[in-house]
Design a protein around this ligand. Structure first.
Ligand SMILES: [Cu+2]
Length: 123
């Protein structure tokens, strides 16, 4: 168990060292979870992450329509966010720092294009 922890710590240090200086601050903890933005759906539509993780929405190269990412409902105290309308190849990232349920919609296709993110406390 101790050996495993040491290995993980070393991996963390290596990742930190490899990160560009602009990303280093605040990037030491938490994972980045990718979500693809497609023509009228997010993939996946349900995602579970941990407090401190970053969600990286990536607009797929194949899309032909414009989409956005809007935080429609969130745990109390979380500031709402919204991306600009973006197109193929773009990214929008947000670090989620409070546990709870986050509901995301695309304002252009809000009837069909939505997702739910569950943010869990670290155990
Ligand atoms: Cu959309």
């Amino acid at each position: 168990m101790i050996a495993r922890k040491t290995t993980l710590a070393l991996v963390g240090v290596a990742a930190f060292a490899a990160a560009p200086a602009t990303l280093a601050a605040g990037a030491t903890k938490g994972k980045t979870r990718k979500v693809s933005v497609n023509d009228n759906y997010y993939g996946p539509t349900k995602l579970t992450v941990h407090v401190g993780d970053t969600v990286d929405w990536h607009w797929s190269d194949e899309i032909t329509d414009v989409h956005d990412v809007k935080l429609n409902s969130a745990p109390k105290g979380v500031k709402k966010f919204a991306s600009d309308p973006l197109a193929a190849g773009d990214d929008f990232k947000r670090k989620l720092t409070k546990a709870g349920t986050y509901k995301i919609i695309c304002t252009f296709h809000e009837e069909e294009m939505k997702m739910t993110i569950t943010v869990k406390k670290k155990s």
